[in-house]
Design a protein around this ligand. Structure first.
Ligand SMILES: Nc1nc2c(c(=O)[nH]1)N[C@H]1C(S)=C(S)[C@@H](COP(=O)(O)O)O[C@H]1N2
Ligand SMILES: [Mo]
Length: 333
């Protein structure tokens, strides 16, 4: 796939070798994460040291077979432009947060064991009619497009990736929730056989996330089913995952099996694990530090550059109005 690199963000090729990237990452993560690493939303600094070499050659991964693969590539929606270089595909597909497969970044190999066919998606709760549909039947009915989005992890690193998928609003229109529904709750698969992380004690599986209905029908809220012009690899959340780029990365729940419409705010996975550090809203804000580190700047993963963090990760024009009337809430954790 042809990728346009905006001038000014170009980094000398020599600085972008996997070794220097990972050494830099190790240095960086070591500085901010010492005690309480288990509470970090997807942080396992100790594992980074093993990373050298992994990223250079691999960009494959199970994607749900030829049927899923045949859907791509899809036309790019040019509305969404980046202010930075697209992250190298081999980096974005081998450095992942996916606690179901381990509390470190090198889960891509383990994730290959996740069975992707068949994959059923259940729509339930406050809807006209509860139903379960296969992923492939669902995705074929959705308006597929490609979007270039920034991705900002709460750990203060950032990527930029080309997602393929469809607006969450398209799925919601299809699901026909009742007007009394005020939240959509999303849930990841449960599979202790293949997901070693789900066998480890201490985490409230399955992974759960949620959005208000207003957030969910916002133009930016996207269900990604592909990446870099091909079907989603398991490690990035196949066959379908959320992408809400104005929020910290942990909101972008992977490998979804259930959408539940409700009038109760869902208790999300990380809020459940560490309510002092992670909340429901998790909107990106450079001025509100995490309880243990600053959010003022972020590391552009793969290019050894730090840049200022932007309010709403730079997407304020799309989403800031959603929070105008919201008072008495911590919108930034
Ligand atoms: N089910 C599930 N979804 C998840 C996570 C997870 O551990 N489990 N990690 C989150 C975090 S912290 C981040 S930063 C992103 C990482 O997505 P990527 O690996 O595609 O970059 O996925 C999010 N979605
Ligand atoms: Mo994250």
């Amino acid at each position: 796939m042809l990728i346009k690199r905006p001038k000014g963000w170009e980094i000398p090729e020599a600085q972008a070798t996997p070794e220097s990237v990972y050494l830099n990452r190790r240095h960086f993560m070591g500085g901010l994460a010492t005690a309480g690493a288990a509470l970090l939303a997807g942080c396992g600094p100790a594992e980074d040291a093993r990373a050298q070499g992994d990223g250079a050659s691999i960009s494959t991964g199970l994607t749900g077979g030829a049927e899923a693969e045949s859907l791509y590539p899809v036309p790019r929606n040019e509305t969404f432009v980046l202010d930075r270089e697209i992250t190298r595909e081999d980096l974005a597909t081998t450095y992942n947060n996916f606690y179901e497969f381990g509390s470190h970044k090198r889960i891509w190999r383990n994730a290959q064991n996740l069975p992707l066919t068949p994959w059923d998606v259940t729509i339930d709760g406050m809807v006209e009619q509860e139903r379960t549909i296969s992923f492939y039947d669902l995705v074929r009915q959705m308006p597929l497009e490609e979007r270039l989005y920034r991705h900002r992890c709460v750990e203060a690193w950032a990527m930029a990736v080309p997602w393929s998928g469809f607006p969450l609003k398209a799925l919601i229109d299809w699901a026909r929730p009742l007007s009394s529904a005020t939240y959509v709750r999303m849930e990841t698969f449960m599979n202790r056989q293949v997901a070693s992380g789900q066998r480890a004690p201490g985490y409230p599986w399955p992974y759960v996330e949620g959005l208000t209905m207003a957030e969910a029908v916002n133009d930016l809220a996207f269900i990604a089913t592909g990446i870099y012009g091909r079907a989603m690899p398991a490690q990035n959340g196949a066959p379908l995952r959320l992408a809400v780029p104005w929020k910290y990365g942990f909101k972008s729940i992977k490998s979804i099996v259930r959408f539940t419409f409700t009038d109760e705010r869902p208790l999300t996975f990380w809020e459940n694990v560490g309510p002092r550090e992670y909340g429901f809203w998790a909107n990106v804000n450079p001025e509100v530090p995490h309880r243990r580190w600053s959010q003022a700047t972020e590391e552009l993963f793969g290019v050894e550059a730090r840049v200022p963090t932007q309010l709403f990760n730079g997407y304020g024009e799309y989403v800031a109005h959603l929070y105008d009337g919201v008072t008495g809430e911590d919108l930034w954790h």
